[in-house]
Structures are given as structure tokens and as C-alpha cells.
Design a protein around this ligand. Structure first.
Ligand code: 1GP
Length: 232
């Protein structure tokens, strides 16, 4: 199995429903030193918005992956290196475990050779992804570790994603997930906003994902997080 994320220490997640910081371009984002771009967002997504961002990012020397939040926004474009497709392990609504995926397979001719599963554990109850999926965020470190083990060994998912979108998470829970994994990679995302926060989570996670910061603060702040993740 190919594992393109094996060397990723830092990823920028671009939300096509949000704009970049004033005066900045996608080229600037690609020059921060980040290892890959994930294009995805939970709300307000359309195929057109996805296509616009993917087309704009695809001309630089950074891999571009789509992370679709629902089957209707999956796009096929030559600029894409592949798809990172979430399942939400602690979703209250099973649609987000396999239902959305079933609809996708019915609609599209899925290119499985470029499609990789991410097992999400959603932990910020205030985040729209938590509301959307009715996630049970009231989890202990042991719960998170157990979900990580299920993702790897029961479901065969090559990536486990501890998701605190919008807030900085509990490093102990991230460490517990890391300890539970053998081969699968651990992504962490949520509230990473400077060198220290990136370094802290980078000590536990294989890959640190930065989202809002690129839209709210811009590329100088993102560059600091790249350094933090890489020096962890
Ligand atoms: C969101 O995990 C990512 O899916 C990043 O979170 O926007 O809080 O950086 P932030």
C-alpha cells in the first residue's frame, strides 16, 4: 500500500469556503514549507469552490489531496494527488461511518488506488464537524486509544486523525492515540497557531495539520508552525 504521508510532518488544510489572508496567494501558502495540502471543509462546500482551490494549488510543488466532507463535493481533477476520505469513528449518526461512503461509491467510479481512509476521532463538541456528525466527544484518553486501535486493526485504516478543529486539544489524548498505533499514521489537527503548539503536538502526532490559521493569520504564522512541527 502506498503511504504518501510517510514523510509529512506538517499539512495545511485549506477550506474552500474561506478566503486567504489579505494580499496572500496560494503560491505563498505552498512556499511555507508545508509538506502537503488537504482541501476540505465541513460547511458551505460546493464542487465549484473545491475546483477553484484545487486548480489554483495544483501548479506548485506541494502534493494536493482532497478531503471531501460529503460525496457531492468530490471532484476529479488532474492536479489532485489523491483523496483522503474521513470516517468519523465516534459519530452518533452512522451515515458518517459508512453511509456517505456507500452513496459516493454508488455515484462515482472511485479510483481506489488514489483513495486513502482516515479514521477521525472528533473531540471538540463546539466544532461544526462534531455537530454535523453528532459526535460523542466526551472521551477519555483510553477511549481515544481504543478508537485508534480499532481504526488500525479492525478497520485497516492507514491514517488516524485526532480532530480538535477550532481549539487546541489535550496532548495526553494525542499521546494515548500515538501509543496505541503500530503502523497507521497519526494526524493531529486543532488550534495549532504558533511554534510551540505545533511542536507540542508534533511530539506525539506524525503529522500536524493547520487549518484556520492560514485563513485568519496568514503564511508567516503558518511558517512558524512548520518549524515547530519539524523540530518536534
Ligand atoms: C481542521 O484539524 C483541522 O479540520 C485544523 O484545525 O482549523 O483549528 O487549525 P484548525
Amino acid at each position: 500500500m502506498s503511504t504518501p504521508w510517510a514523510d509529512w510532518e506538517h499539512v495545511v488544510k485549506l477550506d474552500p469556503d474561506k478566503s486567504l489572508a489579505p494580499g496572500e496567494t496560494f503560491e505563498d501558502v505552498c512556499e511555507t514549507g508545508t509538506d502537503a495540502l488537504e482541501i476540505g471543509g465541513t460547511t458551505g462546500m460546493t464542487e465549484e469552490k473545491m475546483e477553484r482551490v484545487i486548480a489554483a494549488c495544483g501548479t506548485y510543488d506541494v502534493p494536493v489531496y482532497q478531503e471531501p466532507s460529503n460525496p457531492a463535493v468530490v471532484v476529479e481533477r488532474e492536479e489532485l494527488d489523491g483523496y483522503l476520505v474521513p470516517t468519523v469513528l465516534n459519530a452518533g449518526d452512522p451515515f458518517w461511518l459508512a453511509g456517505a461512503h456507500k452513496e459516493w461509491v454508488r455515484m462515482d467510479d472511485v479510483d481506489w488506488s488514489r483513495t486513502h481512509a482516515e479514521g477521525y476521532v472528533v473531540l471538540n463538541p463546539e466544532a461544526s464537524v462534531a455537530e454535523y456528525t453528532e459526535a460523542d466527544c466526551d472521551l477519555s484518553a483510553e477511549d481515544v486509544a481504543a478508537y485508534a486501535e480499532v481504526a488500525e486493526h479492525q478497520l485497516g485504516q492507514p491514517v488516524v486523525y485526532v480532530e480538535y478543529s477550532g481549539t487546541f486539544g489535550d496532548p495526553e489524548l494525542v499521546a494515548a492515540a500515538a501509543d496505541a498505533l503500530d503502523e497507521s499514521a497519526l494526524f493531529y489537527g486543532g488550534g495549532v497557531h504558533d511554534y510551540e503548539t505545533a511542536r507540542e503536538m508534533g511530539r506525539h502526532a506524525d503529522t500536524v495539520v493547520v487549518g484556520d490559521l492560514v485563513h485568519d493569520e496568514g503564511v508567516d504564522a503558518v511558517r512558524e508552525t512548520v518549524e515547530g512541527a519539524k523540530e518536534a
